[in-house]
Design a protein around this ligand. Structure first.
Ligand SMILES: C[S@@+](CC[C@H](N)C(=O)[O-])C[C@H]1O[C@@H](n2cnc3c(N)ncnc32)[C@H](O)[C@@H]1O
Length: 210
């Protein structure tokens, strides 16, 4: 999906229902697993937050964080704003290229976002994000992993087919997002698997060479 596309507008109203139908409790459990590891008072960047339920979950455990919430779909954004009336949140309808200049985030959350890009684009996306992340900042990344089981392979293929047609996502297959994060000097602190090993949530720390 290009920077200006609102591809997810079409599915915004049913996105959470569909995600839960296919992936069950894992969709929320995986995304909330490491939220408590975000340091209190952090300046947090959320990219591709979807309908915004993650904001409620984050503020429930970390009420003192400041959030920059970036989401290109105006319908997803409208749903996100409806959910939250308190908290220190900056809503930006846009993509990673709209991250406010010279930001210094303490934490980044990308859930089912890195899988939208092909391997080449992902390199640029990660470059853009890390430019705005403080050294030693944390990153929560939750996404599918390259499936071994036939069922998971089938599911992944169906999902990529569906979101290609409906939302116009760029990727046609799962990029090597874990390798790309490592290449951008994000070290894994902890990981947790969900949905019988189809989804992995990672807590990472940004350790750039000085
Ligand atoms: C697969 S959905 C995941 C939504 C949410 N993270 C969840 O798991 O419930 C991907 C979301 O990323 C948004 N998105 C797509 N391209 C983006 C980009 N370049 N920057 C930020 N968000 C993007 C879409 O509009 C959509 O809401």
């Amino acid at each position: 999906m290009d920077a200006k596309s609102n591809g997810f507008d079409r599915v915004a109203g049913v996105y959470d229902f569909l995600a839960q139908l296919v992936l069950g409790k894992a969709i929320q459990e995986s995304q909330t697993f490491f939220l408590n590891d975000i340091p209190d008072g952090s300046n947090v960047l959320i990219l591709g937050g979807g309908t915004g339920w993650i904001l409620e979950s984050l503020l429930a455990v970390k009420p003192n964080v400041k959030v920059c919430y970036i989401e290109p779909s105006s319908r997803m954004m409208a749903l996100s704003k409806q959910k939250i009336s308190t908290g220190n949140i900056q809503f930006i309808t846009g993509t990673e290229i709209n991250i406010p200049q010279s930001s210094a985030f303490d934490a980044v959350i990308t859930n089912f976002y890195l899988d939208l890009f092909n391997n080449d684009t992902l390199e640029d996306v990660l470059k853009t994000i890390t430019r705005n992340l403080r050294p030693q900042g944390v990153w929560i990344a939750t996404d599918f992993i390259h499936p071994k089981s036939l069922w998971h392979r089938f599911l992944l293929k169906m999902m990529y087919g569906f979101f290609k047609v409906v939302a116009g996502i760029q990727a046609t297959t799962l990029p090597h997002w874990e390798i790309s994060l490592e290449r951008h000097q994000l070290s894994t602190l902890r990981t947790q698997l969900f949905y019988s090993g189809f989804i992995r949530s990672k807590l990472l720390r940004y350790e750039p060479e000085t």
